[in-house]
Design a protein around this ligand. Structure first.
Ligand SMILES: Cc1cc2nc3c(=O)[nH]c(=O)nc-3n(C[C@H](O)[C@H](O)[C@H](O)COP(=O)(O)OP(=O)(O)OC[C@H]3O[C@@H](n4cnc5c(N)ncnc54)[C@H](O)[C@@H]3O)c2cc1C
Length: 291
């Protein structure tokens, strides 16, 4: 049973931010409501006010500026899954979005809601990490920009300050010749483990490498130390290095055993997905497979 609440409908970011600052703990941001309404229905939170951000036009766009793809926080998963700009410039994100939940969740849930809720079992963050995405925040003391990795602090925890809104995700382009891929496995709607990889190839070696993994620990992570190891190797050597990286993955990802599998199982699956993602992007970079 839902406790009584009021929905506020600001039409600008400044207005929304002012309402959040004025109402403090009594108010929460309301985007798609896919998570928020579940929490409220189960009595886990009882806000007096929902600040609906879906009527703020500036939060609902996908555009390209100076090569960067700018995605408004209130853009739904379904829109990202089907948007031609995202598909052409950020194929690994399209792939991640295609997997989110089911069509109802993808139509309702937003990118910002997904990142701000910070459920470890989430997809877009893992893909966005290999694109070096940043997030734009707006709050009582103005705007700031953070690398996505710094925004994702832990399980259900982000760098958002009280009264702050996530307004936009900015994604710089991969340089010419780079290719990216996203893979996941699931038992139910939400992912058990997911990975993203982006590479560029020169003279048969992985010249550029970015790797990320999600779901098995508190939050999605770039695997910078593994990237350093793999850079400069052939794909055969890279696959062998990833297979040997389970101790590193265990330390880095802090895997949590749960109903989806034990911690060692999740690390094993992550390393398998990483090798497959690397093989896939290398084939794409060589032109022997399509994006
Ligand atoms: C059945 C089911 C299956 C799912 N499967 C997947 C899956 O496979 N992969 C996956 O990645 N996700 C999955 N999800 C999660 C889904 O993607 C998220 O529920 C959704 O993206 C949340 O977005 P929302 O707009 O509905 O957020 P809301 O529910 O409106 O908000 C979520 C939280 O974020 C806060 N918030 C929202 N927007 C902002 C903002 N701009 N600034 C500050 N705070 C904000 C809210 O106050 C709230 O605390 C699943 C969810 C369900 C219910």
């Amino acid at each position: 049973m839902l406790s009584p609440f009021r929905v506020l409908h600001p039409t600008t970011v400044a207005e929304a931010s002012a309402e959040l600052a004025r109402l403090g703990d009594e108010a929460v941001v309301y985007a798609g409501g896919a998570e928020l309404l579940l929490l409220m229905r189960n009595g886990l939170i009882k806000p007096d006010y929902l600040v609906n951000i879906k009527r703020i036009p500036e939060l609902d766009g996908i555009s390209v500026e100076d090569g960067e793809v700018r995605i408004g926080t209130a853009v739904t998963h379904r829109r990202m899954e089907t948007d031609p700009v995202v598909r052409i410039r950020l194929p690994a994100l399209t792939e991640a979005e295609r997997h989110v939940g089911n069509i109802r969740v993808r139509n309702q849930g937003t990118l910002g809601g997904n990142l701000c809720f910070a459920d470890p079992h989430a997809d877009p963050g893992t893909a966005l990490l290999v694109y070096d995405a940043t997030v734009e925040l707006w709050g009582p003391s103005g705007g700031r920009r953070l690398p996505l990795q710094q925004f994702l602090v832990g399980t259900y925890d982000t760098a958002l300050e009280p009264g702050e809104l996530l307004t936009e995700v900015r994604v710089p382009p991969l340089a010419e010749g780079w290719r990216a891929a996203f893979l996941r496995i699931e038992r139910f709607y939400r992912p058990t483990a997911n990975v993203a990889a982006a590479v560029s190839i020169k003279d048969g070696q992985l010249e550029g490498v970015r790797l990320a993994a999600g779901c098995v620990g508190p939050n999605a992570m770039r695997l910078l130390e593994l990237e350093d190891q793999v850079r400069g190797s052939t794909i055969t050597e890279a696959v062998a290095l990833v297979r040997e990286s389970k101790p590193y993955l265990t330390e880095k990802l802090e895997p949590v055993g749960d109903v989806l599998g034990s911690a060692p199982y999740k690390v094993h699956i992550t390393s398998v997905l990483l090798t497959r993602a690397l093989e896939q992007v290398v084939a794409r970079a060589r032109g022997t497979a399509h994006d």
